[in-house]
Design a protein around this ligand. Structure first.
Ligand SMILES: CC(C)(COP(=O)(O)OP(=O)(O)OC[C@H]1O[C@@H](n2cnc3c(N)ncnc32)[C@H](O)[C@@H]1OP(=O)(O)O)[C@@H](O)C(=O)NCCC(=O)NCCS
Length: 152
């Protein structure tokens, strides 16, 4: 039987370019979910919450903090991109985070990630920059940008 961790890892495997070293391994996801403050959302191809036994087209992983919810990972499998699923995942995250008491969403991404267009269009605005914060598997340093999105 496919469980939700399998669903997350299936999308993870196809979604992240290994050149950036951004994908998490199964153990990292398992460890995050073992803490009560981490949450995931799985979206189906039709743009709805996944129902057993469907596969997932995308997912988010987030962490709840005091009045804030940090988006740790967001991915949509390549064959389902530019169909609005990423935006739908953010909609679902915002709603769920509000229900958990969050006043804003936070995220951090590598400078130059095209995902920035999605985030800006959704209402995220830049709040910080960390110079040479990430190191790629090839050893290159890349800046990190941090963004917030108010939940009103
Ligand atoms: C980023 C990602 C989640 C977007 O998912 P998606 O389902 O394709 O996004 P959507 O279809 O909801 O996009 C909504 C809007 O965001 C913008 N957008 C999304 N992806 C974009 C891209 N690659 N380049 C430019 N704009 C983009 C567009 O304005 C798009 O609207 P449009 O298609 O009508 O022009 C997906 O590309 C992905 O999984 N990337 C690899 C993993 C990653 O980098 N995750 C983010 C950092 S953790």
């Amino acid at each position: 039987m496919i469980d939700d961790l399998d669903r997350i890892m299936a999308v993870m495997a196809s979604s992240f370019d290994p050149a950036w070293g951004e994908a998490w391994n199964r153990r990292q996801v398992e460890d995050a979910l073992a803490f009560g403050n981490c949450h995931y959302f799985l979206i189906s191809v039709e743009g709805k919450a996944v129902v057993e036994p469907e596969a997932a087209a995308g997912f988010s992983l987030s962490r709840t903090g005091y009045e804030e919810e940090e988006l740790l990972l967001l991915a949509v499998a390549p064959e389902y991109r530019r169909l609005g699923l990423g935006r739908s995942i953010l909609d679902a995250l915002k709603l769920a985070a509000a229900g958990r008491g969050a006043k804003r969403l936070l995220l951090e991404m590598r400078k130059g990630n095209p995902a920035q267009s999605l985030y800006s269009g959704f209402g995220f605005y830049q709040i910080g920059e960390r110079k040479e914060y990430y190191r790629t598997p090839a050893g290159n340093r890349i800046d990190a940008l941090t963004f917030a999105c108010d939940i009103v």
